[in-house]
Ligand binder design. Structure first.
Ligand code: SF4
Length: 290
């Protein structure tokens, strides 16, 4: 008798705390604000299936660059810029539901506090990411900057005779390795360095568990939106360890040939992948022959 197929699902697969909170707030909005027009500033999360489900109950995304129609406006977990938040608060025809993740909010506060105290604020992150646009907006434009690698640290900091005062933090989804590398380089600069590790453990935990599963399994499935940066990162990391790694958005993307002869199949999913999408994939795998 051939052994049954084993399916290993990462404990960390699926919604993180901040995404769960934002989606719950969006799902509850039609009941809480009956009769109001309800919109999210940009897609609430990077998952088209969830965004479509919300649209069906009347919660629709609007472009960040457009002034929202009167009604209820939900701020997503990435947060928004200080200026946009101020402008929205000035509008009496809007009710704001702030779903900014508390971890992102804390990072925004650190930028504001350090900048006000005269520190040069260095943020490790993707310059075009909405979370980073929000973070940088809380600092003084003259002394707040975003860097993506050690090479972006201004050379003047290393050469300066005057002691520097630097505050270092990161976009919540950055890699810990990169943060450590940049913090170590900054330690050689004359002056004061304050390090704030604002990287969210939801991201690092998901990545290390996917890597472990990729080493244990014959095949890996990573479930999540193609526009989800953290899902794509999970896929890349898993693929490095297990070449038979596939990125799918839904059960429809699965190809039975991938699993032919595979005994152990690992599953992980991005922080914006809902549980029902994971369940559908598990169910289909369970029904197919090893
Ligand atoms: S990854 Fe972390 S910081 Fe980002 S929304 Fe999820 S819990 Fe919040």
């Amino acid at each position: 008798m051939p052994k049954p197929r084993q399916i290993k699902i990462a404990d960390t697969a699926g919604f993180c705390f901040g995404v769960k909170r934002a989606v719950n707030l969006a799902n509850g909005a039609p009941e809480k604000f009956p009769g109001s027009q309800i919109s999210t500033l940009g897609p609430i999360i990077h998952n088209p299936q969830v965004v479509n489900q919300l649209a069906e109950i009347g919660v629709k995304p609007v472009e960040l660059s457009h002034a929202p129609e009167p009604g209820v406006v939900i701020i997503r977990s990435h947060g928004i810029t200080k200026k946009l938040l101020y402008e929205l608060k000035q509008r009496p025809d809007l009710t704001l539901v702030d779903a900014t993740c508390p971890f992102v909010r804390r990072a925004q506060e650190i930028v504001a506090e350090m900048s006000a105290a005269g520190y040069q604020v260095i943020i490790i992150g993707e310059p075009d990411h909405p979370e980073v646009a929000g973070l940088i907006s809380y600092g003084d434009p003259q002394n707040t900057q975003v860097i993506t690698s050690r090479n972006d640290i201004p050379a003047t900091l290393f050469n300066s005779r005057r002691p520097s005062r630097i505050a270092l933090l990161a976009q919540t989804t950055q890699s810990q390795q990169l943060y450590n590398e940049i913090a170590t380089a900054l330690l050689t600069i004359k002056g004061e360095l304050r390090c704030f590790n604002t990287i969210c453990t939801a991201t690092s935990g998901r990545q290390s568990e996917a890597l472990k599963l990729a080493q244990e399994c014959d095949c890996m499935l990573i479930i999540g939106g193609r526009n989800s940066a953290n899902t794509n990162r999970l896929y890349e990391l898993s693929k490095e360890k297990q070449p038979d790694t596939y990125h799918i958005e839904t059960v429809e993307d699965m190809n039975n040939e991938w699993f032919s002869g595979k005994r152990t199949i690992g599953i992980s999913a991005g922080a914006s992948t809902p549980q029902w999408l994971i369940d559908e994939v598990v169910k289909k795998l369970g029904n197919s022959e090893p």
